[in-house]
Design a protein around this ligand. Structure first.
Ligand code: HEC
Length: 508
């Protein structure tokens, strides 16, 4: 007992000596800033100033303490204990204390020889040179003023065979106006047609991509980290697909030009499972002005097969206040998949689980989203608050959730993709739709010998066959750009409308 006490005594005195010695930049603070802050706070990244050198840090010592103690920085919204994620950006208590003591002691620099080697931050592509680089074919001009724009750019990928994607990376061309991006794919030529019908580069589409996409890769928002999918999985890219890059632009008071690009990394080893998705949404949103806790609850059907969540991404706009996602399992247990107690529109991300989370067959995924439309909400874009409806503008609200999943087999994935509550998974998150899955299954993933160009033109919807027949000059059941150009204006507008409302076109 005595020995233990003596030992404790020694420890105490040793640590109090350490405690009396203030932390220094070179020894204690630099590693914290380099590990937790410099990914954004270095030249060319999104942080408003670099945090690399002693000078960078010392002149803001107090400020760094404020933003870290309040947990504003590093920006990381999920609450601990509700899902375990890769690259969690959270400072430990010891690190917070080090920063505080260092600032209190007057931000001493310390001995130059204590300074570790600064990590090298890769310039350009974070995951290395991509196998395929897809750049917007033309630059897009974002006007100085006006509403937010959602523009879709159609980029041919030139794939000669079906491919599995292990990772992708989005590099915004102009960080001042690129608010977020979603990557869809289309092999039907519908996106090309929409592009054709819209005079500007790309085409405008609020909401989804304005077509029924064949698949997709995911979304990007400032601060998101590109990463490889778990081994043995991949996202399916069909031969001949176009990338449909939907970018949300936020005018910033000055005319700006953007030409963003996407890097694709293909899977190098055989894939066991394809990535699909579970999507939830509610459009039933009507938030009275002043209401501080407007709550939306929505849930999936019981899953018809086992699934494994590999990530999770909720989406709301400015007056979102909190969001909670729970898996209710068939054995009666519950597992919290994500809780964001203080929603922040500017820091919404797609979070990747450290390990896939099993959602056994029969699990119901439940979403609870709370909105604060009171005057007290500093993020409320309307003063005084006004009635807020569902919509795409940032002053409207949305309630969406996407969960990328893997399964034990393509047959299981197909079951999940055809759940009636999951109808919009392919539209909202670009998961492979049933047609794609049927095709993969029937060919057991064998690469396809199609030409690499998507079939010219859009398939003609069943109930419009008669109407469009005489414009389908070559009788292939599709309308090519030439055939469309030859049509009267009113019919072209009909096509545009049909393309714009794909979800109503294909109820399943
Ligand atoms: C994922 C990117 C990212 C990381 C990581 C990050 N920051 Fe930031 N930081 C930003 C951005 C963007 C802003 C400007 C917008 C804002 O204030 O939210 C910012 C703003 C700041 C500000 C100014 C706040 C203000 O009110 O003007 C400070 C100070 C700061 N960061 C410190 C830190 C520190 C310290 C760390 C690490 C412990 C860190 N940041 C990590 C992106 C990041």
């Amino acid at each position: 007992m005595r020995a233990v006490l003596a030992l404790l005594g020694v420890c105490f005195s040793a640590s109090s000596i350490l405690a009396n010695q203030p932390p220094t930049f070179t020894k204690d603070v630099a590693p914290i800033l380099w590990n937790h802050c410099a990914s954004c706070h270095r030249p060319g990244e999104i942080g408003p100033f670099p945090l690399l050198t002693y000078q960078d840090a010392a002149k803001r010592a107090k400020f760094l303490v404020d933003v870290t103690e309040s947990r504003r920085m590093p920006p990381w919204k999920p609450a601990p204990g509700h899902g375990k994620f890769q690259d969690e950006r959270r400072l430990g208590d010891a690190e917070l204390a080090t920063l505080a003591k260092w600032a209190q002691a007057g931000a001493p620099e310390g001995d130059a020889k204590d300074l570790p080697k600064m990590p090298s931050f890769p310039e350009g592509w974070q995951l290395g040179t991509p196998d395929l680089i897809l750049k917007m074919p033309e630059s897009f001009t974002v006007p100085a003023e006006g509403r937010d724009l959602l523009q879709c750019f159609v980029i041919p990928m030139g794939l000669q065979k079906d491919q599995m994607v292990a990772a992708w990376e989005f590099r915004p061309g102009n960080r001042k106006v690129v608010h977020h991006a979603i990557l869809y794919t289309d092999h039907t030529g519908q996106a090309r047609l929409r592009d054709r019908l819209d005079p500007k580069p790309g085409y405008q589409s609020f909401g989804g991509p304005g077509i029924l996409p064949s698949g997709g890769l995911g979304g990007w928002a400032p601060g998101s980290t590109p990463r490889f999918l778990p081994d043995g999985t991949g996202k399916f890219l069909r031969n001949g697909s176009d990338l449909v890059l939907q970018i949300h632009y936020h005018p910033n008071g000055k005319e700006e030009i953007d030409q963003s690009q996407v890097g694709i990394y293909f899977v190098k080893k055989p894939v066991k499972t394809i990535v699909g998705g579970i999507a939830l949404r509610s459009r039933n949103i009507l938030i009275p002005p002043g209401k501080a806790d407007y709550t939306i609850r929505t849930e999936s059907d019981p899953l018809p097969a086992d699934a494994y969540a590999i990530g999770i991404a909720p989406h709301m706009h400015y007056i979102g206040k909190s969001v909670k996602v729970t898996a209710h399992k068939p054995d009666g247990s519950e597992e919290s998949l994500l809780w964001i107690p203080e929603w922040d529109f500017n820091w919404q991300g797609a979070y990747a689980y450290e390990k896939p989370v099993k959602l056994p067959k029969g699990t119901v995924v439940k979403l609870e989203a709370i909105y604060d439309n009171s005057e007290n909400n500093p993020f409320n874009p309307s003063h005084p608050p006004k009635l807020v409806k569902w919509g795409e503008q940032t002053t409207d609200e949305m309630c969406l959730l996407g969960i990328p999943i893997i399964t034990d087999s393509t047959a299981d994935l197909r079951k999940i993709m055809s759940m009636s509550s999951n109808r919009l998974a392919s539209v909202l998150m670009g998961a492979p739709n049933q047609e794609t899955l049927d095709r993969i299954q029937s060919e057991s993933g064998a690469s396809h010998a199609n030409s690499a160009t998507p079939p010219a033109g859009m398939p003609i919807p069943e109930r419009f066959q008669r109407l469009f027949k005489r414009y389908d000059k070559n009788n292939d059941g599709r309308l090519s750009t030439e055939e469309i150009d030859a049509m009267p204006e009113v019919l072209r507008n009909r096509i545009k409308q049909r393309l714009e409302n794909p979800a109503t076109e294909k109820p399943n």
